[in-house]
Design a protein around this ligand. Structure first.
Ligand code: NDP
Length: 245
């Protein structure tokens, strides 16, 4: 018997989201996994997860409010109105540019994907959680949301927004016994950092006291640790950055 009936992990076709989904599969009866484009990778992730639990892979651009509404209509139908026990808002994109080169289009894409998506998904998920007086929400933020990164103003602003959103919503939902926390990873070895050359990666690793990037297993272990922590843990931004900050 699994501990939780249902969970949704956004951005689960690769990287941190896929690792979280694979780990959560051990504890969840039905797992919804979502990405916006990488259908083949999402199917591969679903095949791996299926060995552990029931999985429903869905394409949804979580930066689009109407698409998120459709996604949650589908979740409602699939779960006969039960909704989600666990929501993991992990989908995200980076944008490495000087502010002077950041176009309106870049800004909106980053804010909509990294921050508005969290608003859309939390708003859609909370109704069923409030009805049941139970639920867990984990937002995947970034250490840059706390300290800011040069050439990543839009990204850092979006993650700073996720942190404030997390703390506010935690206060709103704590009386309904719903925990809202954020995992704030440091540099993690995923495709998100593939724009860096090997030399740039080595230089960045040297700046990290642990001397290396985190791997996705570590990030997923921390995520599931937060999701299964005592109910009293809420409103926290939990940073795991190899001692960088
Ligand atoms: P990846 O690029 O490896 O994976 C991103 C995932 O998000 C993919 O599944 C991607 O699929 C999905 N995605 C992107 N846009 C959307 C969208 N609009 N709707 C639905 N899904 C979407 O990134 P990581 O695994 O590295 O990042 C995961 C999270 O961790 C992000 O929020 C990121 O900001 C955060 N993070 C990452 C760090 C790192 O160093 N890697 C450090 C700190 C935080 P598809 O492209 O098909 O949509």
């Amino acid at each position: 018997m699994k501990e939780y009936k249902t969970a949704l992990v956004t951005g689960a076709s690769r990287g941190i989201g896929k690792a979280i989904a694979l780990k959560l599969a051990e504890q969840v009866g039905t797992l919804f996994i979502v990405c916006s484009r990488s259908i083949d990778s999402l199917k591969d992730a679903a095949d791996e997860i299926r060995t552990k639990t029931k999985v429903i892979p869905l394409i949804c651009d979580v930066s689009d409010s109407a698409a998120v509404t459709q996604l949650f209509d589908m979740i409602d139908r699939e779960t006969n109105g039960y909704g989600l026990d666990i929501l993991v808002n992990n989908a995200g994109i980076s944008c490495t540019k000087l502010l002077s080169d950041t176009r309106d289009k870049d800004w909106r894409r980053v804010i909509d994907t990294n921050l508005s998506s969290v608003f859309y998904c939390c708003r859609a998920a909370q109704g069923a959680m409030i009805r049941r007086q139970s639920g867990r929400i984990l937002n995947v933020s970034s250490m840059w949301g706390q300290v800011g990164a040069s050439m990543e103003v839009a990204y850092s602003a979006s993650k700073g927004g996720v942190d404030a959103f997390t703390k506010s919503l935690a206060k709103e939902l704590a009386p309904s016994n719903i925990q809202v926390n954020a995992l704030s990873p440091g540099v993690t070895d995923t495709e998100m950092n593939d724009h860096l050359t090997d030399e740039e990666k080595a230089a960045l690793a040297e700046e990290i006291p642990s001397g290396r990037f985190a791997d996705t297993e570590e990030a997923a272990g921390m995520a599931v640790g937060i999701l299964t922590a005592p109910d009293y843990l809420t409103g926290q931004i939990i940073r795991m950055d190899g001692g960088m900050i």
